[in-house]
Design a protein around this ligand. Sequence first.
Ligand code: ADP
Length: 499
Amino acid sequence: MPATKKKNVKKSNTIKLKFDTSWNYAPAPESKSAATIKKQYDLFINGEWVKPLSHKYFDTSDPANEEKLSEVAEANAADVDRAVKAARNAYEKVWKKMPAKERAKYIFRIARMVQERARELAIIESMDGGKPIRESRDFDIPTAANHFFYYAGWADKLDYAFPNRNTNPLGVAGQIIPWNFPLLMAAWKIAPALATGNTVVLKPAETTPLTALKLAEIIQESGLPEGVVNIVSGGGATGAAIVNHPDINKIAFTGSTEVGKLIQKSIAGTNKKITLELGGKAANIIFEDAPIDQAVEGVINGVYFNQGHVCCAGSRLYIQESVAPELIRKLRDRIETLIVGDPLDKNTDIGAINSKQQLDTIRRYLKIGKEEGYEMYESSCPLPAKGYWCRPTIFTDVAQSARIAQEEIFGPVLAILTFRTDDEVIQKANNTPYGLSAGVWTDKGSKIFNLTKRMRAGVIWANTFNKFDPSSPFGGYKESGFGREGGLHGLLPYVNLSH
Ligand code: ADP
């Protein structure tokens, strides 16, 4: 090469990526016609669809295009009272008297019907909530069915779950769920309640009520005795009416720490039992001896698939200093390849943000991160013109005290921090008000056990992330709540034990 040309070669540390559009996948959208969504949904009380006494309905829309999908009844206190009365009646007259093995058959039937309708449920979940069809098809719906199967199995084996103890159901359970896993959260709550002989009044979240209402259709078809499960849609006021109803024996809530605290205050001094599954700010810790490429995929799975709409999202990444440059480079390269767009497209990695309000929250945090002076890297992917979208984003060199490292963002945003020693990273990882989940990546089993014993998180994944199974309990420490869902532990909040 001539000397003159050599001079023109510029050295640079900046990696400029350009997404090569010639390698884009062809669109592979799932068909909306495989799902039936009614124009209007009433309340599911006492085994039938009833008009709300409130006479009010609210819209639920598709966050990917802002189009209305349906309108849904808004239950007021009188509607909730009707649902609680139906649940009480079913509890006293039918459900608590039914032999456990008969109860199990109904729960099995619901599980089978969820499986049979899996495709339709997955489509509706993605349309109403914005999550990619790959997630709802491969994770949400099968795991929801598995929870019904799993707890159906326990119904007639409670004596083995709690040996030498008598188990008695509590009565009527009031259950309030969030928008991030609509059908799965309904399954997590309904399945153990029914298996232990309780009846249910459940409220889905206001932005994602449709799959819970589809589940009501399934429950109706399954022949479950009327009033055993009642599903009432509505917003915060409907939830509060459930919490404050005097004839409810147990509250199971999944949602924000803020509302969880309110609920705990309102039931103080009552006999109601309570479990709370609240916010999180999971620490994902990568040591220098970790399988780096596997860890990169784990991080991507932990915080970007699902738009970061998971309370256990690994949104605080701690990297051991020696491997930080390599890992950050790989993560930056990887997020540039993520496909953001139509939730119904089978190639989509990151779907739509659930609501305008949630998108505003995420944007507020992006602004805070920038204003606090952290380096921000945002993928350059194109975004659809309509709907609520957020590009996958990374903040590097983040301080432990930064708001983006302390507060729950609930979006595809990762804060990266570094560390040198085990003690340092444990202290940092534990240093938030939350304690829901965490991840550890290392080659050494001893390090995993040493760390997990000292970390205050309900679930800790080792060399993987965001893995769920009905037999494995889930729940938090500190402001992430208390009580466990899933597994044998998940039966406990629904029974009174006696000798
Ligand atoms: P998120 O931030 O996940 O939306 P929220 O705590 O706001 O969490 O909502 C979770 C669930 O709690 C939703 O079903 C919502 O309607 C319900 N909810 C909101 N406010 C209250 C309240 N004051 N009492 C009971 N339930 C409520």
